[in-house]
Design a protein around this ligand. Structure first.
Ligand SMILES: NC(=O)c1ccc[n+]([C@@H]2O[C@H](COP(=O)([O-])OP(=O)(O)OC[C@H]3O[C@@H](n4cnc5c(N)ncnc54)[C@H](O)[C@@H]3O)[C@@H](O)[C@H]2O)c1
Length: 257
């Protein structure tokens, strides 16, 4: 994959930790200029420093995915700094939901709306800002991050499930509406990826059960998210549009779809 992203400008919205960090490093190693957006500025800065140490190019923009004006500012920063945008990787989630996004009778409208803002509206607004810039510079690739929970019908995390399904439909909508103008839009539907966020919020019984049901007999590491993302950002994927690709080691037994 060396230098396959040479000359491309890629925004990673949520690139400071976990799989966003791994993808930021990989994009830069493949030659892209990476704009690392994150609410955690020190984490994003440490990714930028690591990229710089390896001779790559990156910048940092602090933003908050739950504030849609802030999301717009991230994309405008990338466009004004580089004059083009070739890739947008929407990856940030909303870790504040874990404790309150439960079942229907034990969660409330504000929680569902927060989930929707973070996983649908933030991704949609970023794409809304980026697509005209991408079209201007000849096209681009958008990756939205989904979850196996989008299709699980689980008995908890109602807001999360619905908002991740919405992110998938957003992905298909963009692919269909703008494919003729050079925009490709695909989603990565993760299984359990052992990021710091996942380790902090998922209990061991859940992780053990998920591992037991995984067709691959293991859970994901942040690096497992890199291969599909690199491919989708590259010209090798120029005829791949509107796909939801599972990065999950296969299915988990018990999850349909
Ligand atoms: N980790 C998993 O097991 C798993 C499984 C399925 C789907 N996902 C999805 O993958 C994506 C990445 O998950 P993750 O586990 O790395 O956690 P995460 O989304 O919390 O972390 C990714 C980065 O996003 C940043 N971030 C968090 N809130 C933000 C905000 N409001 N604004 C801007 N940046 C913010 C974090 O600082 C972090 O650097 C999320 O969309 C998540 O829903 C994760």
């Amino acid at each position: 994959m060396a230098n396959t992203l040479e000359g491309k400008v890629i925004i990673v919205a949520g690139g400071g930790n976990g799989s966003g960090r791994a993808c930021s490093l990989a994009y830069a190693a493949a030659g892209a200029s990476v704009v690392i957006g994150d609410i955690n500025a020190p984490a994003a800065e440490s990714v930028r420093e690591e990229i710089a140490r390896q001779g790559g190019s990156a910048s940092v923009f602090e933003y908050d995915g739950s504030d849609l004006d802030s999301v717009r500012s991230l994309v405008r920063f990338a466009a004004s700094t580089h004059g083009r945008i070739d890739g947008l990787h929407n990856i940030a989630g909303n870790p504040t939901l874990h404790a309150r996004d439960l079942d229907l009778l034990n969660s409330d409208v504000s929680t569902w709306e927060d989930a929707f803002r973070s996983h649908f509206s933030a991704y949609a607004v970023a794409a809304q800002e980026a697509i005209p810039v991408m079209i201007e510079s000849g096209g681009g690739s958008i990756i939205n991050t989904s979850s196996g929970m989008a299709i699980s019908g689980d008995s908890i995390k109602l807001g999360y499930q619905v908002s991740k399904r919405a992110a998938e439909l957003l992905t298909l909508h963009i692919a269909h509406a703008y494919g003729r103008r050079g925009i490709r839009s695909n989603a990565l539907r993760y299984g359990v990826i052992l990021t710091a966020n996942a380790k902090a919020h998922l209990d061991q019984a859940f992780l053990d059960d998920a591992c037991e049901r995984s067709w691959s007999g293991r859970l994901g590491e942040p690096q497992d998210a890199v291969g599909a993302a690199l491919f989708l950002m590259s010209d090798a994927a120029s005829f791949i549009n509107g796909q939801i690709i599972e990065v999950a080691g296969g299915k988990m037994s018990g999850i349909q779809g």
